[in-house]
Design a protein around this ligand. Structure first.
Ligand code: DGY
Length: 327
Protein backbone atom coordinates (compact mmCIF):
# COMPACT_ATOMS: atom_id res chain seq x y z
CA UNK A 1 0.00 0.00 0.00
CA UNK A 2 1.28 3.48 -0.86
CA UNK A 3 2.01 5.47 2.27
CA UNK A 4 1.70 9.24 2.62
CA UNK A 5 3.19 11.16 5.55
CA UNK A 6 1.40 14.40 6.51
CA UNK A 7 3.66 16.65 8.57
CA UNK A 8 0.77 18.38 10.41
CA UNK A 9 -2.95 18.12 11.00
CA UNK A 10 -4.11 19.50 7.65
CA UNK A 11 -7.81 20.16 6.89
CA UNK A 12 -9.49 16.78 6.63
CA UNK A 13 -10.75 17.25 3.07
CA UNK A 14 -7.46 16.35 1.44
CA UNK A 15 -6.60 13.64 3.92
CA UNK A 16 -10.01 11.99 3.31
CA UNK A 17 -9.49 12.19 -0.46
CA UNK A 18 -6.18 10.36 -0.08
CA UNK A 19 -7.72 7.69 2.13
CA UNK A 20 -10.65 7.22 -0.24
CA UNK A 21 -8.15 6.71 -3.05
CA UNK A 22 -6.61 3.87 -1.04
CA UNK A 23 -3.53 5.53 0.44
CA UNK A 24 -2.42 4.86 3.98
CA UNK A 25 -1.95 8.28 5.56
CA UNK A 26 0.09 8.92 8.71
CA UNK A 27 -0.52 12.32 10.29
CA UNK A 28 1.95 13.95 12.69
CA UNK A 29 -0.34 14.65 15.62
CA UNK A 30 2.20 16.81 17.51
CA UNK A 31 1.12 20.43 17.73
CA UNK A 32 4.43 21.71 16.36
CA UNK A 33 6.59 21.25 13.28
CA UNK A 34 8.89 18.21 13.37
CA UNK A 35 12.64 18.71 13.54
CA UNK A 36 14.60 17.67 10.47
CA UNK A 37 15.67 14.43 12.16
CA UNK A 38 12.13 13.58 13.26
CA UNK A 39 10.93 14.33 9.76
CA UNK A 40 13.55 12.05 8.20
CA UNK A 41 12.74 9.26 10.65
CA UNK A 42 9.04 9.41 9.76
CA UNK A 43 9.44 9.93 6.03
CA UNK A 44 11.78 6.92 5.72
CA UNK A 45 8.86 4.50 5.81
CA UNK A 46 6.59 6.52 3.47
CA UNK A 47 6.37 6.99 -0.29
CA UNK A 48 4.93 10.51 -0.50
CA UNK A 49 5.07 13.66 1.61
CA UNK A 50 2.23 16.12 2.33
CA UNK A 51 4.03 19.07 3.90
CA UNK A 52 3.99 22.82 4.40
CA UNK A 53 6.13 25.95 4.66
CA UNK A 54 7.50 25.27 8.15
CA UNK A 55 9.07 21.97 7.04
CA UNK A 56 12.65 22.55 5.96
CA UNK A 57 13.31 20.24 3.03
CA UNK A 58 16.95 21.08 2.39
CA UNK A 59 19.65 19.21 0.47
CA UNK A 60 20.44 16.95 3.42
CA UNK A 61 16.80 16.00 3.98
CA UNK A 62 16.20 15.35 0.29
CA UNK A 63 19.24 13.15 -0.06
CA UNK A 64 18.27 11.13 3.01
CA UNK A 65 14.74 10.84 1.65
CA UNK A 66 15.51 10.47 -2.04
CA UNK A 67 13.15 7.47 -2.13
CA UNK A 68 10.17 9.91 -2.05
CA UNK A 69 7.97 9.63 -5.13
CA UNK A 70 6.40 13.06 -4.70
CA UNK A 71 6.37 16.06 -2.35
CA UNK A 72 3.11 17.97 -2.16
CA UNK A 73 3.31 21.32 -0.42
CA UNK A 74 0.25 22.81 1.30
CA UNK A 75 1.16 26.41 0.31
CA UNK A 76 1.92 28.34 -2.85
CA UNK A 77 5.40 29.40 -1.67
CA UNK A 78 8.00 26.64 -1.82
CA UNK A 79 11.05 28.48 -0.49
CA UNK A 80 11.40 25.88 2.28
CA UNK A 81 12.23 23.25 -0.35
CA UNK A 82 15.53 22.97 -2.21
CA UNK A 83 13.87 22.71 -5.60
CA UNK A 84 17.10 22.33 -7.52
CA UNK A 85 18.05 19.30 -5.44
CA UNK A 86 14.56 17.81 -5.66
CA UNK A 87 14.74 18.16 -9.42
CA UNK A 88 18.21 16.63 -9.53
CA UNK A 89 16.94 13.69 -7.50
CA UNK A 90 13.88 13.27 -9.76
CA UNK A 91 11.35 14.17 -7.05
CA UNK A 92 8.36 16.17 -8.35
CA UNK A 93 7.14 18.98 -6.08
CA UNK A 94 3.53 20.20 -6.21
CA UNK A 95 1.97 23.26 -4.55
CA UNK A 96 -1.42 24.96 -4.07
CA UNK A 97 -1.60 28.20 -6.11
CA UNK A 98 -4.64 30.36 -7.04
CA UNK A 99 -7.05 29.14 -4.36
CA UNK A 100 -5.49 31.41 -1.72
CA UNK A 101 -5.24 34.61 -3.76
CA UNK A 102 -8.47 36.20 -2.48
CA UNK A 103 -7.87 35.32 1.16
CA UNK A 104 -4.29 36.61 1.09
CA UNK A 105 -5.23 39.82 -0.72
CA UNK A 106 -7.94 40.39 1.91
CA UNK A 107 -5.27 40.31 4.60
CA UNK A 108 -3.00 42.72 2.69
CA UNK A 109 -5.95 45.08 2.16
CA UNK A 110 -7.01 44.77 5.81
CA UNK A 111 -3.49 45.51 7.01
CA UNK A 112 -3.36 48.60 4.81
CA UNK A 113 -6.54 50.04 6.33
CA UNK A 114 -5.53 49.04 9.84
CA UNK A 115 -2.15 50.72 9.55
CA UNK A 116 -3.53 53.87 7.93
CA UNK A 117 -5.91 54.30 10.90
CA UNK A 118 -3.66 52.77 13.62
CA UNK A 119 -6.45 50.32 14.45
CA UNK A 120 -4.48 47.53 16.12
CA UNK A 121 -2.59 50.00 18.31
CA UNK A 122 -5.71 51.94 19.29
CA UNK A 123 -7.65 48.76 19.98
CA UNK A 124 -4.93 47.69 22.43
CA UNK A 125 -4.81 51.19 23.98
CA UNK A 126 -8.42 50.85 25.22
CA UNK A 127 -7.38 47.85 27.30
CA UNK A 128 -4.55 49.93 28.76
CA UNK A 129 -7.12 52.49 29.98
CA UNK A 130 -6.07 55.20 27.51
CA UNK A 131 -9.55 56.06 26.18
CA UNK A 132 -10.40 59.02 28.39
CA UNK A 133 -12.53 61.25 26.16
CA UNK A 134 -13.03 62.28 22.51
CA UNK A 135 -10.00 64.24 21.30
CA UNK A 136 -10.33 66.20 18.05
CA UNK A 137 -6.60 66.27 17.41
CA UNK A 138 -5.51 62.82 18.58
CA UNK A 139 -5.27 59.32 17.05
CA UNK A 140 -5.11 60.74 13.55
CA UNK A 141 -4.51 58.38 10.67
CA UNK A 142 -4.07 59.05 6.98
CA UNK A 143 -6.49 58.49 4.07
CA UNK A 144 -5.70 56.25 1.15
CA UNK A 145 -8.38 57.25 -1.36
CA UNK A 146 -6.91 58.26 -4.75
CA UNK A 147 -3.36 57.47 -3.61
CA UNK A 148 -0.85 55.22 -5.35
CA UNK A 149 -0.55 51.50 -4.68
CA UNK A 150 2.81 50.04 -5.64
CA UNK A 151 2.77 46.27 -6.06
CA UNK A 152 6.05 44.40 -5.86
CA UNK A 153 5.24 41.16 -7.68
CA UNK A 154 2.00 41.58 -9.62
CA UNK A 155 0.95 37.94 -9.92
CA UNK A 156 -2.30 36.35 -8.81
CA UNK A 157 -2.33 37.67 -5.23
CA UNK A 158 -1.00 41.09 -6.26
CA UNK A 159 -3.79 41.33 -8.86
CA UNK A 160 -6.43 40.73 -6.19
CA UNK A 161 -4.87 43.36 -3.93
CA UNK A 162 -4.79 45.82 -6.86
CA UNK A 163 -8.44 45.08 -7.71
CA UNK A 164 -9.48 45.79 -4.12
CA UNK A 165 -7.48 49.03 -3.93
CA UNK A 166 -8.71 50.23 -7.31
CA UNK A 167 -12.34 49.34 -6.59
CA UNK A 168 -12.57 50.62 -3.04
CA UNK A 169 -10.25 53.64 -3.14
CA UNK A 170 -9.70 54.45 -6.81
CA UNK A 171 -5.99 54.01 -6.22
CA UNK A 172 -3.55 54.43 -9.07
CA UNK A 173 -1.70 51.13 -9.58
CA UNK A 174 2.01 50.89 -10.34
CA UNK A 175 3.98 47.65 -10.25
CA UNK A 176 7.38 46.10 -10.55
CA UNK A 177 7.77 42.55 -11.86
CA UNK A 178 10.17 40.39 -13.76
CA UNK A 179 7.75 40.58 -16.69
CA UNK A 180 4.91 42.89 -17.75
CA UNK A 181 1.39 42.06 -16.61
CA UNK A 182 -0.73 42.99 -19.61
CA UNK A 183 -3.95 41.90 -17.91
CA UNK A 184 -3.39 44.44 -15.11
CA UNK A 185 -2.40 47.12 -17.61
CA UNK A 186 -5.65 46.57 -19.55
CA UNK A 187 -7.93 46.04 -16.56
CA UNK A 188 -6.95 48.99 -14.42
CA UNK A 189 -4.29 50.87 -16.31
CA UNK A 190 -1.50 49.56 -14.09
CA UNK A 191 1.85 51.15 -14.92
CA UNK A 192 5.00 49.08 -15.05
CA UNK A 193 7.83 50.93 -13.28
CA UNK A 194 11.44 50.24 -12.27
CA UNK A 195 12.22 49.33 -8.65
CA UNK A 196 13.46 52.86 -7.91
CA UNK A 197 10.22 54.42 -9.17
CA UNK A 198 8.17 51.88 -7.25
CA UNK A 199 9.95 52.93 -4.05
CA UNK A 200 9.71 56.65 -4.77
CA UNK A 201 6.11 56.84 -6.00
CA UNK A 202 4.16 54.36 -3.81
CA UNK A 203 1.94 55.65 -1.01
CA UNK A 204 1.26 52.03 -0.14
CA UNK A 205 3.85 49.47 -1.21
CA UNK A 206 2.57 45.91 -1.03
CA UNK A 207 4.85 42.89 -1.46
CA UNK A 208 3.42 39.87 -3.31
CA UNK A 209 6.50 38.20 -4.75
CA UNK A 210 8.07 34.88 -3.86
CA UNK A 211 11.23 34.60 -1.79
CA UNK A 212 14.25 34.02 -4.00
CA UNK A 213 17.93 34.95 -4.15
CA UNK A 214 16.88 38.23 -5.84
CA UNK A 215 14.18 39.20 -3.36
CA UNK A 216 15.85 38.03 -0.12
CA UNK A 217 16.27 41.20 2.01
CA UNK A 218 15.52 43.54 -0.91
CA UNK A 219 13.53 45.88 1.35
CA UNK A 220 16.48 47.07 3.40
CA UNK A 221 17.76 50.37 4.80
CA UNK A 222 18.59 51.64 1.35
CA UNK A 223 15.19 50.73 -0.09
CA UNK A 224 13.26 52.28 2.83
CA UNK A 225 15.33 55.46 2.52
CA UNK A 226 14.02 55.88 -1.04
CA UNK A 227 10.37 55.62 0.00
CA UNK A 228 8.05 58.50 0.91
CA UNK A 229 8.00 59.49 4.61
CA UNK A 230 4.22 59.02 4.40
CA UNK A 231 4.44 55.53 2.86
CA UNK A 232 2.93 52.35 4.24
CA UNK A 233 4.87 49.11 3.68
CA UNK A 234 2.82 45.88 3.52
CA UNK A 235 4.29 42.37 3.36
CA UNK A 236 2.06 39.29 3.15
CA UNK A 237 4.57 37.23 1.13
CA UNK A 238 7.62 36.12 3.11
CA UNK A 239 9.34 37.78 6.08
CA UNK A 240 12.82 37.48 4.62
CA UNK A 241 11.92 39.85 1.79
CA UNK A 242 12.29 42.75 4.22
CA UNK A 243 15.10 43.32 6.70
CA UNK A 244 13.30 43.57 10.03
CA UNK A 245 15.95 45.66 11.83
CA UNK A 246 16.09 48.11 8.94
CA UNK A 247 12.29 48.31 8.98
CA UNK A 248 12.27 49.07 12.72
CA UNK A 249 14.85 51.84 12.19
CA UNK A 250 12.92 53.27 9.24
CA UNK A 251 9.72 53.43 11.32
CA UNK A 252 11.45 54.82 14.41
CA UNK A 253 13.19 57.53 12.38
CA UNK A 254 10.14 58.55 10.35
CA UNK A 255 11.74 57.35 7.10
CA UNK A 256 8.41 55.65 6.27
CA UNK A 257 5.04 56.12 7.99
CA UNK A 258 3.81 52.63 8.81
CA UNK A 259 3.95 48.90 8.16
CA UNK A 260 1.56 45.96 8.00
CA UNK A 261 3.07 42.51 8.20
CA UNK A 262 1.51 39.08 7.93
CA UNK A 263 4.96 37.53 7.65
CA UNK A 264 8.02 38.11 9.81
CA UNK A 265 11.61 36.97 10.10
CA UNK A 266 11.81 34.75 12.06
CA UNK A 267 8.39 33.18 12.45
CA UNK A 268 7.01 33.14 15.02
CA UNK A 269 7.91 36.72 15.92
CA UNK A 270 9.46 37.25 19.34
CA UNK A 271 6.71 38.69 21.61
CA UNK A 272 9.13 41.43 22.71
CA UNK A 273 9.71 42.65 19.12
CA UNK A 274 9.39 46.49 19.11
CA UNK A 275 7.17 46.33 16.01
CA UNK A 276 4.40 44.93 18.19
CA UNK A 277 4.14 48.12 20.23
CA UNK A 278 4.47 50.69 17.46
CA UNK A 279 1.56 52.98 16.74
CA UNK A 280 1.58 52.71 12.95
CA UNK A 281 2.27 49.00 12.71
CA UNK A 282 -0.02 45.99 12.45
CA UNK A 283 1.37 42.47 12.64
CA UNK A 284 -0.47 39.19 12.06
CA UNK A 285 0.76 35.60 12.57
CA UNK A 286 0.96 34.48 8.90
CA UNK A 287 -2.80 34.08 8.38
CA UNK A 288 -3.00 35.15 4.71
CA UNK A 289 -4.66 31.93 3.55
CA UNK A 290 -6.37 31.16 6.86
CA UNK A 291 -10.05 30.94 5.98
CA UNK A 292 -11.96 27.66 6.25
CA UNK A 293 -12.82 27.77 2.57
CA UNK A 294 -9.29 28.46 1.36
CA UNK A 295 -7.58 25.99 3.66
CA UNK A 296 -10.00 23.28 2.53
CA UNK A 297 -9.25 24.06 -1.10
CA UNK A 298 -5.50 24.00 -0.40
CA UNK A 299 -5.87 20.62 1.26
CA UNK A 300 -7.80 19.29 -1.75
CA UNK A 301 -5.21 20.61 -4.21
CA UNK A 302 -2.30 19.18 -2.23
CA UNK A 303 -4.07 15.79 -2.17
CA UNK A 304 -4.85 16.01 -5.90
CA UNK A 305 -1.18 16.46 -6.73
CA UNK A 306 -0.43 13.14 -5.03
CA UNK A 307 -3.48 11.32 -6.39
CA UNK A 308 -2.90 12.33 -10.02
CA UNK A 309 0.78 11.41 -9.78
CA UNK A 310 -0.03 7.86 -8.69
CA UNK A 311 -2.81 7.58 -11.29
CA UNK A 312 -0.06 8.20 -13.81
CA UNK A 313 -1.52 11.57 -14.82
CA UNK A 314 -0.01 15.04 -15.05
CA UNK A 315 0.52 16.57 -11.58
CA UNK A 316 -1.97 19.50 -11.56
CA UNK A 317 0.36 21.99 -9.89
CA UNK A 318 3.88 20.85 -10.54
CA UNK A 319 6.46 23.43 -9.47
CA UNK A 320 9.74 21.92 -10.69
CA UNK A 321 8.52 21.44 -14.25
CA UNK A 322 12.01 20.42 -15.39
CA UNK A 323 11.98 17.27 -13.25
CA UNK A 324 12.22 13.95 -15.03
CA UNK A 325 9.94 11.66 -13.10
CA UNK A 326 11.24 8.14 -12.42
CA UNK A 327 8.93 5.16 -12.95
C1 DGY B 1 1.66 30.27 1.04
O1 DGY B 1 0.81 29.52 0.53
O2 DGY B 1 2.79 30.34 0.61
C2 DGY B 1 1.20 31.09 2.16
O3 DGY B 1 2.20 31.83 2.73
C3 DGY B 1 0.49 30.23 3.18
O4 DGY B 1 -0.57 30.98 3.60
Amino acid sequence: MTKVFATMKFPEKGINMLQEEGFEVTVNEKDKPLTRDELIENVMSHNALFCTLSDKLDKYFLNRCSHLDIISQFAVGVDNIDLEEATRLGIPVGNTPDVLSDATADVAFGLMINVSRKMFYLHKSIGRGNWKHFKPDANLGIEIKNRTLGVFGLGRIGMEMARRCRGAYNMKIIYHNRSRNKMAENEFGANYVGFEELLGQSDVLSVHTNLSAETDGIFNKDAFSRMKPTAIFINTARGRIHNENDLIQALNNGIIWGAGLDVTNPEPMDPSNPLLSMENVAVLPHIGSATRETRNKMSELAAKNIIEYYRGNKIPNLVNTGVSIQD
